[in-house]
Design a protein around this ligand. Structure first.
Ligand SMILES: Cc1cc2nc3c(=O)[nH]c(=O)nc-3n(C[C@H](O)[C@H](O)[C@H](O)COP(=O)(O)OP(=O)(O)OC[C@H]3O[C@@H](n4cnc5c(N)ncnc54)[C@H](O)[C@@H]3O)c2cc1C
Length: 478
């Protein structure tokens, strides 16, 4: 089955799952209620499905991440989190305000909402949990907070919020008396549980059965290190040039201290696997102090920053900073397969001292039909680098006459990637020929591919909005 077909099927399944409780509840023959109450129910049910499916989106299932791309899945996860908060903000407000004014002496809101205290408290706590999850996620980057603490809090809040919301729906939900609706809630809750067990139990257990050892850690440029791992037994895992893995450096298997890194070696090397790591935060700044011979657990490979199943009569690679990590893997692989077509590498760094592998790149260029353009934003004098940053002018100078026949790989900081993707599209390169890897899952990115995610999510939300309107309208007039 083609990748497009799989993506389409995943998309349709997601839309169906989101709307499944409403579609099943629509069959229920309950006495009519004001449409606003039905709308409130519909928003609550849809919000709860989205919460449960958020676990699946972040569950690192290769059958989902491989065709779609884990960056796209994670950005969809972030965007759907924002959608759910709007739905669930409206859910209690629509119920209570038009018909019943909030009463100051009604501490548990039981007279206002006609719910018992358990249903009111679980609903309120779930709502507070959700508000905390979204605000902590929004604050994470702005505050530069510790990633592991955030992840632990995020996980605990997400599990408690989902559990509270399920208890609330079971007690307060009008449609939970129907077996079919209950089956959907149970099925989705089990799916969410499976996703959590997959990431925090099954994957760690699997990693432990095939540990790696640190063979060497060497500095290869300013604040940039090359980490080499070798399997404790057997060969290196199968992977494609350009893919990445999550690395966990010893610790108990429930530890959340793990980091995604692109593989820099090529798949033909079955003895060792290599990574290029730039000092960035609390973990990466200690990379040079890792103990040789200590154990590392690997989860992967993931990612679609690869040449597989993509036709190309030439390849242009644009790397910014440590974005060179997956790019050098692809170049090493091209040499292995004696790639006959032209290759252009534009390698951008802050200063010439920040560029790793310059000697190896020069050597690789002699074994491929390859042109290298090194760029440095500062101190470029007498270094052989072009002074400045990547621009449409530089890209245009190297795009071939028939741009659609080449493949374009882009990996680097967000600003550089946005410039590269935008310029390529303006130079008549089709979007499907641009392959990119982002090292930060950032919904604020303005790239064309992010806009494509937003358009797809708008499609999902439009269908869902139609189902919600039809549901509320039908029930209230029937
Ligand atoms: C697909 C992918 C491939 C990557 N490849 C490389 C590479 O080859 N070389 C390299 O130097 N860097 C790479 N990175 C970035 C690298 O993962 C982060 O720089 C590193 O995890 C930062 O950890 P820290 O503790 O030093 O900093 P922190 O301050 O803890 O984290 C800084 C930021 O890094 C990101 N991050 C940290 N931990 C994780 C995690 N477990 N999962 C997802 N994001 C996380 C978050 O955005 C966080 O805000 C890659 C990232 C991704 C998503």
């Amino acid at each position: 089955m083609s990748r497009q077909m799989i993506i389409f099927m995943l998309f349709v399944s997601y839309v169906l799952l989101i709307n499944s409780p409403l579609l099943l509840a629509r069959i229920a023959d309950l006495p009519a209620r004001p449409w606003i109450d039905e709308l409130a129910s519909a928003l609550g049910m849809t919000g709860l499905v989205i919460i449960l499916l958020e676990f699946v989106l972040s569950g690192r299932f290769k059958s989902i991440t491989a065709p779609v791309g884990i960056d796209i899945i994670m950005r969809s996860h972030q965007l759907m989190g924002r959608v759910v908060i709007i739905l669930l903000l409206l859910h209690p407000v629509l119920y209570s305000l038009p018909n019943n004014l909030l009463l100051p002496w009604d501490t548990y809101l039981s007279q206002t909402t006609q719910l018992d205290s358990l249903d009111t408290i679980t609903g309120l706590l779930a709502w507070i949990g959700l508000a905390l999850i979204v605000s902590l996620s929004l604050l994470r980057d702005a505050e530069q907070s510790n990633y592991e603490s955030w992840r632990r809090t995020h996980l605990l809040l997400a599990i408690s919020t989902a559990a509270l919301a399920l208890v609330h729906a079971a007690g307060a939900g009008r449609y939970t008396e129907f077996a079919s609706v209950n089956i959907i809630w149970t099925g989705l809750a089990l799916l969410a549980l499976l996703a959590v067990l997959h990431v925090y139990l099954m994957v760690p257990l699997q990693q432990r059965s095939h540990p790696y050892l640190i063979e060497s850690v060497n500095q290869v440029a300013n604040r940039t290190w090359c980490l080499v791992l070798k399997p404790e037994r057997g060969p290196v895992m199968d992977y494609l040039a350009g893919q990445f893995v999550w690395l966990k450096f010893s610790g108990p298997f429930w530890s959340l201290q793990e980091h995604p890194f692109s593989i820099s070696s090529h798949p033909g090397n079955r003895q060792t696997v290599e990574f290029t790591i730039k000092e960035f935060g609390d973990f990466t700044s200690k990379i040079g102090r890792l103990v040789i011979g200590s154990r590392v657990y690997v989860d992967g490979p993931y990612g679609h920053f690869t040449k597989k199943q993509r036709r190309a009569e030439g390849i242009m690679l644009m790397a910014g900073g440590v974005g060179i990590a997956p790019v050098i893997s692809i170049l090493r692989q091209l040499v292995e397969e004696s790639y006959p077509f032209p290759v252009v590498l534009i390698s951008c760094h802050a200063t010439p001292a920040d560029q790793p592998y310059s000697d190896e790149l020069a050597m690789l260029s002699t074994r491929l039909n390859m042109q290298i353009i090194n760029m440095a934003a500062f101190d470029a004098e007498n270094s052989g680098c072009l002074q400045g940053q990547l621009s449409q002018q530089i890209i245009a100078a190297h795009v071939p006459e028939k741009p659609a026949s080449w493949l374009y790989f882009v990996c680097g900081p967000a600003g550089m990637m946005d410039t590269a993707e935008k310029s390529l599209l303006q130079l008549a390169v089709p979007l499907k020929q641009i392959v990119s890897e982002r090292f930060r899952y950032d919904t604020r990115s303005v790239s064309r591919s992010s806009r494509r995610i937003i358009y797809s999510l708008c499609g999902i939300l439009t269908v869902t909005a139609c189902v919600i309107v039809v549901f509320s309208w039908h029930i209230s007039i029937s």
